[in-house]
Design a binder for this molecule. Structure first.
Ligand SMILES: [Zn+2]
Length: 157
């Protein structure tokens, strides 16, 4: 389990999810950006956040070396499936995608995307996550409708 702290919330990421992020890193110039949705659970008492599911790109998504647009319907099917198969414990928590660079800084487009997702998506919590996966860095952004809190974790392997 990977543990970090954002906006005074404890965030836990399972190794499985971290490995999915790492697996799709763009090392080759021809690699497309990849991404999907992240799901997990927020503990009622502590507010601790568990990120325990990440979807991978589907055939319906659009991508190139420098962008990734996930298909809305395909993502909703994954969200519904995961929700149902976790006894309604896992809910949609946000988005992830890769960047073809060492570090993982959100672009202007990424920032407007996450703000739009916050407004448009059905959220169970009052925040949304944006994970960006660089070759050697994982950026984690948390947007609460007002401000983006973030941290960056190194990826060693
Ligand atoms: Zn991006």
């Amino acid at each position: 389990m990977i543990e970090t702290n954002i906006d005074n919330k404890r965030v836990f990421i399972t190794v499985t999810v971290f490995n999915i992020f790492c697996k799709f890193r763009q090392f080759d110039k021809k690699d497309h950006e990849r991404g999907g949705v992240v799901l997990g659970q927020v503990a009622k008492s502590s507010g601790d956040i568990l990120i325990c599911r990440a979807s991978i790109a589907t055939q319906y998504d659009k991508s190139a070396t420098n962008y990734f647009y996930r298909d809305k319907q395909a993502a909703q099917q994954i969200i519904d499936y995961e929700h149902y198969n976790s006894e309604e414990k896992n809910t949609y928590l946000g988005e992830w995608h890769t960047h073809p660079s060492t570090t993982a800084d959100p672009s202007g487009q990424d920032l407007s995307m996450i703000k739009r997702q916050f407004l448009e998506n059905k959220l169970k919590n009052d925040f949304i996550f944006m994970f960006i996966v660089g070759q050697r860095e994982l950026f984690i952004g948390l947007y609460n409708g007002n401000k983006i809190f973030s941290c960056a974790l190194p990826i060693h392997n």
